[in-house]
Every structure is written in C-alpha cells, then in structure tokens.
Design a protein around this ligand. Structure first.
Ligand SMILES: *[C@@H]1O[C@H](CO)[C@@H](O)[C@H](O)[C@H]1NC(C)=O
Ligand SMILES: *[C@@H]1O[C@H](CO)[C@@H](O)[C@H](O)[C@H]1NC(C)=O
Ligand SMILES: *[C@@H]1O[C@H](CO)[C@@H](O)[C@H](O)[C@H]1NC(C)=O
Ligand SMILES: *[C@@H]1O[C@H](CO)[C@@H](O)[C@H](O)[C@H]1NC(C)=O
Ligand SMILES: *[C@@H]1O[C@H](CO)[C@@H](O)[C@H](O)[C@H]1NC(C)=O
Ligand SMILES: *[C@@H]1O[C@H](CO)[C@@H](O)[C@H](O)[C@H]1NC(C)=O
Ligand SMILES: *[C@@H]1O[C@H](CO)[C@@H](O)[C@H](O)[C@H]1NC(C)=O
Ligand SMILES: *[C@@H]1O[C@H](CO)[C@@H](O)[C@H](O)[C@H]1NC(C)=O
Ligand SMILES: *[C@@H]1O[C@H](CO)[C@@H](O)[C@H](O)[C@H]1NC(C)=O
Length: 313
C-alpha cells in the first residue's frame, strides 16, 4: 500500500470512528447520583412521570449496591424502580389508574415527537430482578415499552408474569418481548428465562423508516448478539420509551384494566435497570459491548463491522 492510499484509509477510518454511534439519549446514571438526583432537572429522566400521585421520583428509585451492567461505564450506577400500594398514577385529577401499580423512568429528552423515534435507532438497556422485592407473577408486568404519541398502542413491549393473551400454563418467569400490541396477531419477538442475579442485556434496533424491529441480547458481560433478524413490526407513531414496572390487575373479563380488577395490598416490589441509552444506527453502527476505556463516549462505542485494520473493539 502506497503512502497516499495508507493516508486515505487512515483518514477514512478516523472519519468512520468519529461518527460511530452518536448518542440520541443517555439514561446512564452518573456516578455519585443519589435518589434525590432523580428529582432534579439534571436527572437523565423526567421528574414528573410516571409514579404514584402522591410520590416523587426520589421516593420511587433506589440505587442498589450491585455491579453495573454491560454499558455502565464511567462508574454509571444501576437504578431500581419500586412499587408500593402508593404507586397509583393519575394522568389527570379525574383519571386515577387504580387498576395499575406503576413506576417508570422516561428519558428526559424523549418528549414524544423528538428524533429518538425517527430514522434508525438502537435502544439499549439491561434489566435484573431484585430478589428482595420480588414480583407477583400471577400478574402481568410491562417492563420496557414504547408508547406511541397518541397513547393508543405500544409498538414493542417487554413483559413478564402472567401475560394476557398467551397460552394458559406458559412459564410466568419469562421475559417476553412483544411487537405492536395493536397488531391482529401480537408477535412474540423474543423470550428468555428471567433468571435472578443476572443482567439481561437488550439491544433493540428500531428502523422507523421501514417498520422493522431487530433484537440483540446477552447476559452479564457477554457482548450483545443478534437473536432475531429485522422483522416487520409497525413502530410508527413516535412516542415515549418507558423503563420500569407497570403491574396489571388480575380478574376476568375486564373492560378497563386501568381502573378495574384486583391488586393485592402491602406490596414491596422492584426491578433494576442499567445501561439505558439510545444510539443512532443510521450509519450501520450498533454497540455490542463497551470499549474498555469509555462506552459512554459515543466516539469509542463498538462498531459492529470489523474495521479496515481488522480490529474489533
Ligand atoms: C393522594 O393523597 C390524597 C390526599 O390525601 C388522597 O385523597 C388521594 O387518594 C391520594 N392518591 C392516591 C392515588 O393514593
Ligand atoms: C420535543 O423535542 C423536539 C426535539 O428536541 C422539539 O423540536 C419539540 O419542540 C419538542 N416538543 C415539545 C412539545 O416540547
Ligand atoms: C399474587 O396475586 C394474586 C392474584 O392477584 C393474589 O391472589 C395473591 O394473593 C398475590 N400474592 C401475594 C403474595 O400477594
Ligand atoms: C420462546 O422462544 C422459543 C425459541 O425461539 C420459542 O420456541 C418459544 O415458542 C418462545 N415462547 C414464547 C412464549 O414466546
Ligand atoms: C408503518 O406501518 C404503519 C401501519 O401500516 C403505516 O401507517 C406507516 O406509514 C408505516 N411507516 C413506514 C415508514 O412505512
Ligand atoms: C446481525 O444483524 C445485522 C443486521 O441484520 C447484520 O448486518 C449482521 O451481520 C448480523 N450479525 C451477525 C453476527 O450475524
Ligand atoms: C367471563 O366471560 C366468559 C365468556 O363470556 C364467561 O364464561 C365467564 O363466566 C366470565 N367470567 C366472569 C368472572 O364474569
Ligand atoms: C469522548 O472522549 C474524548 C477524548 O477523550 C473527549 O474529548 C470527549 O469529550 C468525549 N465525549 C463525550 C461525549 O464524553
Ligand atoms: C464501521 O466500520 C466500518 C469499517 O471501518 C466502516 O465502513 C463503517 O462506516 C463504520 N460505521 C460507522 C457507523 O461508522
């Protein structure tokens, strides 16, 4: 290789690195954060939604002393959301969702019409059980979902527990990622056992230009790997990403799950998140693991394509 072509490929490599995986939003919780940080405008998440009418975000979150997840670089902290009997969300003074128990984190910049739901994006998050605050798997829980801007569907949703519409007798201890819940036949895109003491890492490639969803998954420190191809799934309608626990009521023939059905009292439940962020994959860039130095730094995120030097982060 001559000097000029060597220079050219170096320049191209730096250009490629410089544009690797720009971050759309970063929900990684900075080292040093406390529960009170979640009430401050500097929080990576909104401070007003979604939690019980008489609560604050700082009363809902806990910062468990466990090791961070795959992408929790720079000392980023796992964050737990908790449910209690007070977790009754009221979207308005007259609309009190007594059927649900809810506690969800929404990225601060994700206002429903922002670019996080346009183009080609990859959503990252890791999830772990809190065995000290177990779920009641007789209920259905929505954990991570995109709710469209008109609040009329979830374009994808990660669920666990006894999931409505699934065959009787299905293991309630699964993480099931479903496609658009308004589809004629709701697709189960991916599932895995919701094992304890394990980080379950997800990458969800959302192609808003072609209505497809692809799932990447790994556990603990293992880099993400494709577990599906890009499958057709209507992800139109923009909206907001939710990370938390939305506990549905039990009961037969409910016509309004937001207000009807049964919720036992005296609950103390929680679920832990790490490594929440979204990157722009329009250049083909999808982070599979964090580079040793700094994955929070977009310029060093792993490029899924083996680089021209043959090196892979
Ligand atoms: C919030 O507190 C008010 C005043 O005590 C009470 O009337 C209301 O029922 C509470 N809301 C919930 C969801 O518990
Ligand atoms: C939502 O965010 C986008 C992009 O940041 C901005 O252009 C838009 O004005 C915001 N919408 C509202 C209702 O704040
Ligand atoms: C779990 O949920 C079921 C259905 O609502 C309820 O009957 C049961 O009492 C709950 N279990 C606990 C431990 O609260
Ligand atoms: C879980 O995934 C396996 C493997 O793809 C599949 O055979 C099974 O039907 C799935 N179960 C559910 C509940 O989606
Ligand atoms: C995605 O599918 C929906 C429903 O069919 C459609 O309205 C929308 O235009 C599609 N979006 C794209 C970008 O094709
Ligand atoms: C994962 O899927 C992407 C997009 O479909 C593809 O480009 C890539 O080659 C796949 N990776 C592997 C290891 O199969
Ligand atoms: C629910 O609906 C089914 C079918 O109509 C009916 O057989 C069943 O008795 C209903 N259950 C209750 C608790 O009303
Ligand atoms: C990424 O790392 C470079 C070099 O260390 C630094 O200059 C830059 O500010 C970092 N960017 C972010 C977003 O952290
Ligand atoms: C990833 O690396 C390959 C090979 O260097 C490059 O062609 C591609 O443009 C890079 N992707 C991005 C998004 O930078």
């Amino acid at each position: 290789m001559g000097l000029i072509s060597a220079f050219t490929s170096l320049a191209m490599a730096s250009a490629a690195i410089a544009q690797n995986c720009p971050i759309q939003f970063d929900g990684r919780v900075p080292a040093g954060s406390t529960a009170a940080s979640f009430d401050a405008t500097t929080s990576p998440f909104g401070t007003k939604f979604i939690f019980g009418q008489n609560l604050t975000m700082s009363k809902v979150v806990q910062l468990p002393a466990i090791a961070g997840s795959l992408f929790d670089t720079n000392g980023a902290l796992p964050v737990e959301v908790t449910l209690s009997d007070q977790s009754i969300f009221a979207p308005s003074a007259t609309n009190i969702q007594t059927g649900f128990r809810r506690a969800e984190l929404l990225p601060a910049s994700n206002n429903g019409t922002d670019p996080s739901t346009l183009g080609l994006k990859t959503l990252h998050f890791s999830i772990m059980k809190d065995t000290a605050r177990p779920f009641n798997t007789s209920h259905e829980y929505q954990l991570v979902f995109l709710e469209d801007a008109t609040f009329s569907t979830n374009q994808f949703v990660l669920k666990t527990g006894t999931i409505s519409g699934q065959p009787a007798g299905q293991d309630p201890n699964l993480l099931v990622l479903q496609g658009n819940v308004n589809a004629k036949v709701v697709q189960n895109l991916f599932n895995t056992s919701f094992t304890a003491d394990t980080w379950h890492n997800f990458g969800i490639v959302l192609d808003f230009n072609s209505n497809t969803t692809q799932v990447l998954y790994s556990t603990n420190a293992t880099p993400l790997a494709n577990v599906t191809s890009a499958v057709a799934n209507d992800i139109s309608g923009q909206g907001q990403f939710h990370f938390g626990a939305l506990k549905k009521p039990t009961g037969d023939n409910l016509t309004d799950v937001t207000k009807q059905g049964f919720q036992e009292s005296g609950i103390n439940e929680g679920v832990i998140y790490g490594g929440i962020f979204e990157e722009d994959s329009s250049g083909g860039c999808i982070s599979l693991s964090a580079c040793a130095a700094s994955a929070a730094n977009a310029t060093t995120a792993t490029n899924t394509t083996v680089s021209s030097t043959g090196r892979r982060h």
